[in-house]
Design a protein around this ligand. Structure first.
Ligand code: NAD
Ligand code: ZN
Length: 369
């Protein structure tokens, strides 16, 4: 008897991720923004709303924003990380100010402004509060057009499919296919003027993304290819003596690759623990990661050694005593926020992570900070 060869199909369940469909890169590319936005203008009554870090208010960059017709420029402070209430107020303001939906939202700034732009563009078409959408794939309608223009490099927020918001109950991203930017403008000149400390802390976010992704159990060839490139670029930027131009360009691309690396993987211990710090004490993402990461030799020995080398080379003094005056109840809160980041722990330590990470273990690390 003869059998015919039949192909047996076995359905896989790999995630199908969106990527930023358009990106422009290069010194001075910001000045092409007007041309880039023109075809996206639905008509002259549908404005572009520019959400801009208020550090640029009355600065040269602000005068180069191509606002025409009834476009609006809204300056926003990045002193605090984005909150769901802040997103809701902005969305309400835009609905009140205009009879119809804007043509698009443009975020200009660091991770804070990029995340605000993403969230506002989603909430303009999805009803309710932004806190309703914190989580995975809860957004059902496409957002309006949104463009991101980073002015500091490291978070990878320019490529990611999330916008991290502090909500009433949790700090959690709106992770969705509609979150990713439609356009990104990478102009390394815009990162001039960042203080040395902030350059280090936000850049180290990228470095830590690489270490956590490359040492995680979720690692795969996709993440590895981006993570290795980003790590190589971070080493050049923070350990060699590049010209300022080259350094800005390379850190911008490191951020991009670092963000891509975690798309198909996860971050790890430093991020899980820094979320706790940020939730309870409002410690910002970049510095929070550094505060934790310096004490993680046990998990990332080589990564921490290199981190210390970079910190020393640039004379960065990290604050101390951050957790000195916390009550037992405070420790309970930050530990429970941190332990709730299950995918991060699982990526870092494998499925049996609970055997390694206990409340006592975390408290002993937090006490060093
Ligand atoms: P940021 O946006 O908070 O800005 C940090 C500081 O740098 C601010 O004081 C800001 O005014 C200043 N600054 C920015 N550009 C400047 C410039 N060109 N010159 C001078 N000063 C400048 O910093 P960040 O570290 O980029 O972003 C942190 C935020 O990003 C957090 O809210 C975090 O949750 C978020 N984040 C998001 C993702 C994501 O995938 N969506 C990933 C990582 C972090
Ligand atoms: Zn990060």
């Amino acid at each position: 008897m003869e059998f015919k060869h039949v192909a047996i199909s076995k359905k896989t369940d790999y995630r199908n991720f969106p990527m930023v469909p358009r990106v422009i890169f290069g010194s001075g590319s910001f000045d092409q923004l007007g041309d880039i936005l023109m075809p996206e203008r639905r008509h002259s009554d549908a404005p572009f709303i520019f959400l801009v870090d208020d550090i640029f208010e009355e600065k040269e960059l602000a005068s180069r924003i191509p606002a025409i017709f009834n476009d609006q420029i809204i300056f926003i402070s990045a002193d605090e990380e984005p909150k769901t209430t802040q997103v809701d107020v902005l969305v309400q303001k835009i609905h009140n100010d205009f009879n119809e939906l804007p043509s698009g939202i443009v975020g200009i700034g660091g991770g804070t402004l990029l995340d605000l732009a993403k969230a506002v563009s989603i909430l303009l078409t999805n009803k309710g509060s932004s806190s309703d959408y914190q989580g995975w794939d809860l957004v059902n309608k496409p957002s309006i057009y949104h463009a991101g223009i980073p002015t500091i490099s490291g978070t990878g927020a320019e490529v990611s499919r999330t916008t991290v918001l502090l909500g009433p109950e949790k700090k959690l991203g709106i992770n969705s296919d509609h979150t990713t930017f439609d356009q990104v403008v990478l102009d390394p000149d815009l990162t001039q003027g960042v203080s040395k400390e902030q350059w280090f802390y936000t850049g180290m976010d990228c470095y830590i993304h690489c270490i956590e992704s490359l040492n995680g159990t979720y690692l795969n060839a996709f993440s590895q290819s981006y993570g290795e490139k980003a790590l190589e670029l971070c080493k050049e930027v923070y350990l060699k003596d590049l010209s300022p131009n080259e350094s800005r360009e390379k850190l911008m691309m490191a951020s991009w690759h670092g963000g891509m690396s975690i798309a198909y993987s996860q971050v790890g211990v430093a991020h899980a623990m820094s979320y706790g710090l940020s939730y309870l004490l409002g410690v910002k993402h970049g510095i929070g990661n550094c505060l934790v990461f310096q004490h993680l030799e046990e998990f990332y020995p080589k990564g921490v050694a290199l981190f210390n080398k970079m910190r020393q080379k640039h004379g960065i003094e990290m604050p101390t005593g951050i957790c000195a005056n916390l009550s037992d109840c405070d420790f309970e809160t930050i530990i429970s926020v941190s332990m709730a980041m299950e995918p991060l722990w699982e990526n870092a330590l494998g499925q049996n992570w609970r055997e390694i990470i206990t409340a006592e273990k975390l408290e002993s690390i937090y006490r060093k900070i």
